[in-house]
Design a protein around this ligand. Structure first.
Ligand SMILES: *Cc1c(COP(=O)(O)O)cnc(C)c1O
Length: 361
């Protein structure tokens, strides 16, 4: 692209052939970066080597938390193309997070182009194995160096790439989650709708406690009444009752998941009675006891669709799958969505954007 500079290094050997990539352990040779100042706006756009960043000890993001991020994936298709799933949605959400945290917005079209350019340059790092993909992590931080609680004036926007395998160690096996009542993740009118570091910092202790008790993740409740189910912290949640598929309404404390949005569309396409509404823990437990809870699953870029095998709430253990096999609807949705993402199922909704791998610097 015309206004991106390039500082490319000799390539290192991509790790994409590794059996077990894990999640977030490997990084490609290059990143995209640009800087913001009030005078110049966004400038210094460059694709450069992944290296250390140097910051003054008083850099504001380290003290006051102005950091926002996104997560999406690039996939290798059977006919050798590389494609992205709804990348402009991620940049729209980044801008939404930016507004809430008094950070500058990016030009969505430019950010998506920069992302495609970077992925094209790193095309050899896009894993070809089924279930593997290239995780794309755009993020923004406040870079003024001073102490004092006020918005930074300068910012850095970076796109980092990481070839990844399955998000959960369980792979596509059902996960176990625990309803957390002692801590909350995010509160409506707070930062719950933003992909910002604070929400993840806030979730760590509850999640550690859950992990020690043998659960993969927490299912978080609304922070005001501790009554309604919100989300899992990296995934939105869906419950298939006998007469509907329900997912918590976006009341302010929940991230607007792009996988959630896409899953809602697919469920409507499939003819399910999809409802966005408040779902209380009491309803979940009492309807489980009546045999009306058929299936629970989470949705998120990292794991796509994750079947939930067990939910713990106080002394209640809700068993949701048989023989450790993923639920029927979760499997159907996983196949459909990852088929679209990987180019094996037609993209009826125009969700896919191709990366032009012929473009080189
Ligand atoms: C990223 C994320 C999700 C999933 O969002 P997608 O856009 O589907 O990847 C859900 N909840 C939280 C808190 C998240 O950070």
């Amino acid at each position: 692209m015309s206004n991106i500079k390039y500082n490319l290094i000799d390539r290192t050997e991509p790790v994409v052939l590794k059996e077990n990539l894990g999640f977030g352990n490997h990084f490609t040779d290059h990143v995209f970066e640009m800087d913001y100042t009030p005078e110049k706006g966004w400038h210094n756009a460059i694709i450069t080597r992944l290296d250390k960043l140097e910051f003054h000890h008083a850099t504001t993001f380290m003290h006051y938390g102005q950091t926002i991020f996104e997560g999406l994936k690039a996939y290798y298709t059977p006919n050798g193309e590389i494609q992205l799933f709804r990348p402009e949605k991620n940049m729209e959400r980044l801008n939404k997070s930016a507004k809430r945290l008094c950070m500058p917005e990016v030009d969505i079209a430019f950010a998506v182009e920069a992302l495609k350019e970077l992925v094209a340059i790193e095309k050899d790092w896009v894993p070809k194995n089924y279930l593997d993909s290239l995780y794309v992590r755009p993020f923004m931080i406040g870079t003024d160096s001073l102490l004092g609680v006020k918005p930074s004036t300068a910012y850095k926007f970076i796109i980092l790439l990481s070839p990844v395998g399955a998000y959960y160690p369980e792979g596509f096996k059902p996960i176990k989650i625990m309803i957390q009542e002692d801590y909350v993740r995010a509160v409506r009118k707070g930062l719950g709708e933003c992909k910002t570091a604070a929400n993840y910092a806030s979730s760590l202790l509850g999640a550690e406690i859950a992990r020690k008790m043998g659960y993969t993740q927490c299912l978080w409740l609304d922070a005001v009444e501790l009554k309604y189910i919100e989300e899992v912290g990296t995934m939105n949640i869906f419950i298939r009752f006998n007469d509907e598929v329900a997912t918590p309404a976006l009341t302010g404390g929940i991230l607007h998941g792009i996988t959630r949005l896409s899953t809602i569309q697919l469920l409507k396409d499939m003819g399910y009675n999809l409802v966005e509404r408040l779902i209380s823990v009491d309803e979940l437990v009492s309807r489980y006891e009546k045999g009306e809870v058929l299936e629970v699953f989470g949705t998120g870029t990292a794991a796509v669709i994750s079947s939930v095998g067990e939910i713990k709430f106080r002394d209640n253990i809700l068993k949701l799958t048989k023989d450790n096999q993923p639920g029927e609807l979760a499997t159907k949705l996983f196949d459909e969505l990852s088929g679209i993402q990987r180019g094996t199922i037609p993209d009826r909704h125009n969700w896919i954007q191709k990366v032009d791998v012929e473009v080189t610097a």
